[in-house]
Design a protein around this ligand. Sequence first.
Ligand code: NAD
Length: 297
Amino acid sequence: MAKVTVIGLGNMGRPMALNLQKAGNETLGWDLVPAARDRFTSEGGRIANGLEGALKDADAVVSMIPAGPDVHAAYLGENGILVHAAKETLLIDSSTIDVDTSRAVSKAATEAGYMMVDAPVSGAQPAAIAGTLTFMVGGTVEAFEKAKPVLEGMGTNVIHAGPAGSGQAAKICNNMLAGTNMAVLCEALHLGQGLGLDPKVMFEIINKSSGQSWALTNYCPVPGPVPAAASNRNFEPGFATALMTKDMTLSQQAAQSAGVSTPLAAQARAMYQLLVNSGYADKDFSVIYEFLAGQKK
Ligand code: NAD
């Protein structure tokens, strides 16, 4: 088993690191924020003494941090990962970021003598906890093969999408769909309620009908039917609305640069932006349901 360091111990990185540990890897964690480090250790994780200590002797690094500028700074910054990691350390960025930044960081790392893959995930926090994430991986075949056993400690599906940046490209298409899906699911449940239907009965019916989706079955925005869903804990994330807005915006930037029309997703992006501007940034993205139903925080 390998020595693996996880950088970024938030909603996703923390359970991912704990699963790597359970899978028998010698795992260390690091986060810029002391509260995140404390929570990780309180759940059984081990913390290194600073980034330098976290990277010493690591066979692989998995970063799980918010956005492109964070990843750029974490890897290429003055006191960043490329300064402290040995050239033999495999670099795996599992954050969801824009394709251009992902390619630029990967190019810089490769030129500096490292092997790197982008390996964003799908499945959200319940899958991160259960160790059933899907990884979509961009990089050379050699780097993919090296990353696969590490990723299998955190997920059940590890798919090679193509060269560097391809994992991010696949992820952004997936999240554009997931975000749009959740928005229209919330509208359908809201409409049903307006027509006098019980949302729990609607869950039962749609779950067995052509409107069924991952959003409904695994992440139902109505409290009750899916115990692990954020709707049962006052929409604590899970996957924050701010992060879904980031992903929806990335999809629209990508669509623009590729000259592709995605009009429904553009509407859904505007919906998430409205939620952020209305004070819901830190709530789970499925809070659209509550927003539509009562516009209360
Ligand atoms: P989060 O905000 O809960 O956690 C991010 C953590 O990274 C924070 O604790 C922050 O302090 C830390 N961090 C930031 N920069 C750092 C650095 N340079 N060094 C060390 N730590 C640093 O976010 P999250 O929900 O865990 O999401 C992380 C990434 O995974 C994002 O790109 C997100 O889009 C993606 N993602 C999230 C989900 C989800 O359901 N939450 C699902 C799939 C993908």
